[in-house]
Design a protein around this ligand. Structure first.
Ligand SMILES: C[S@@+](CC[C@H](N)C(=O)[O-])C[C@H]1O[C@@H](n2cnc3c(N)ncnc32)[C@H](O)[C@@H]1O
Length: 197
């Protein structure tokens, strides 16, 4: 069991356990009252659970079916009623008309190749960018016109290049939190359309 503020987050072997990267995003979410939120790669459901405090509705997706089962258990454990869970590989099982005020993603970002579902929770392939790059190509279509996106990246992913890519998509980008851990630095990138916050 993991404890975050007053929340109990059950953990299991085959689903990513909340770690420094999870807390960096959980502590610095920019979700506002009444927002609709997409929690990409929900894992235990920790980001969705925090977002649900202010959000009107949270859609939490993951490619790992065991994560969705666990996240469902965690929403029940914490008596939360505004989280919808769905299995999806990135945006594949979302409809084009589903649009959000905020998209949150703590992605797999380590530059290693993962074989099983658990390893895929942290392995981002070459430079740790495979899932991040696919996500960046697609997320903007699912943002409302005033929407924003928060993405955890590592110093191992060439964050300057990721920020440049996001700016090329017409977004304002800021590092809104960072943390040094043993062999890398984690950065939380917060991006908005038209500079909204
Ligand atoms: C680093 S973990 C983060 C989990 C949780 N959001 C947190 O902050 O603790 C990344 C999560 O993304 C999921 N994931 C990996 N690739 C994905 C994809 N292509 N589409 C959806 N989810 C994916 C993994 O299964 C894992 O649960």
């Amino acid at each position: 069991m993991h404890y975050y503020r007053d929340y109990k987050i059950k953990t299991i072997r085959d689903v990513y356990r909340p770690a420094e990267d999870s807390l960096l995003l959980a502590d610095n979410q920019l979700v506002k009252e009444g927002d609709t939120v997409l929690d990409m790669g929900t894992g235990t459901g920790i980001q969705a659970i925090i977002a649900s405090e202010k959000a009107s509705h949270v859609l939490a997706v993951d490619v790992n079916p065991l994560a969705l089962k666990l996240a469902e258990e965690n929403t029940r454990l914490n008596n939360i009623g505004n989280i919808e869970l769905r299995e999806s590989n990135l945006f594949r099982d979302l409809k084009k008309k589903e649009k959000f005020n905020i998209i949150l993603f703590n992605p797999p970002y380590l530059p290693v190749k993962g074989k099983n579902m658990l390893e895929k929770a942290w392995s981002g392939g070459e430079m740790g960018r495979e899932v991040i790059d696919d996500f960046i190509c697609e997320f903007k279509a699912y943002l409302k016109s005033e929407g924003g996106m928060q993405l955890v990246v590592s110093s191992l992913n060439n964050p300057g290049e990721i920020m440049e890519e996001l700016r090329e998509h017409g977004l304002s980008v800021e590092v809104t939190a960072e943390q040094k851990i043993s062999f890398e630095k984690l950065l939380l990138l917060s991006c908005f359309k038209h500079g909204n916050k």
